[in-house]
Design a protein around this ligand. Structure first.
Ligand SMILES: [Zn+2]
Length: 211
């Protein structure tokens, strides 16, 4: 559950409001169209078709990988192929997509990794999670270090999603499309227990329930 008073710290991400799409307009578009209009960059742990069916009947092109990652330029390798920006940019071009949705979920392994503060030399720590979750953990340590685990838990995935959006903006091809108003960004977080979907509102810098 994401509470509306669970405010995100301002100034971590440098976003322009015009780069983000309107959630209701996207939902209407998805329900009207039979072809793909949006890609959903999401975590492979999530059964996204099942989860999303209560929100919309339209088609989202899933780009699934562990953690719902958009790996920054130069940091992707063959193991993380489906997370690479070039894969995402290819999907946008191939299907002429107008919206990119980064969609995380609250019960993600990434959240556990960040909460448990595993160290790199801890034998139980997967190097994969280090690669995928370390940037999010850095933000949590730097900006939310004083909060309790209960307060911090829902914020982790919100910040993780916003970080992936930042990453999308580092791709020159995607950045051009966004600058030309041909591609809009969205950030969503799903509550695994209730299937509620929360969307990022850049104006209020907060996530609120949709659908
Ligand atoms: Zn996950």
């Amino acid at each position: 559950m994401i509470e509306s008073n669970n405010l995100l710290v301002e100034g971590i991400h440098d976003f322009s409001a015009e780069n983000f799409g309107d959630t209701q307009s996207l939902l209407e578009l998805l329900n009207q169209r039979a072809d793909f209009v949006a890609a959903l960059i999401t975590c492979s742990e999530l059964q996204v078709h099942h989860t999303m069916s209560n929100v919309m009947s339209g088609q989202l092109l899933p780009v699934e990988n562990l953690g719902g990652i958009a790996m920054p330029q130069g940091e992707d390798d063959s193991q993380l192929n489906s997370s690479s920006l070039s894969t995402i940019a290819y999907s946008v071009e191939r299907y002429n997509l107008r919206h990119l949705v980064v969609c995380g979920h609250l019960d993600c392994q990434i959240v556990r990794f960040v909460l448990n503060k595993h160290r790199a030399d801890d034998p139980e720590t997967s190097t994969l999670y280090f690669q995928l979750g370390e940037a999010t953990r850095g933000i949590m340590d730097q900006f939310y270090g004083d909060l309790s685990k209960e307060r911090i838990r829902p914020i982790i995935m919100q910040e993780h999603v916003l970080l992936q959006i930042e990453s999308l903006l580092t791709d020159p091809h995607l950045r051009n499309l966004i600058a030309e108003n041909d591609l809009k960004l969205h950030g969503w977080v799903i509550d695994d227990e209730t299937n509620a979907v929360y969307a990022y509102d850049v104006t209020n810098h907060s996530f609120s329930a949709i659908g």
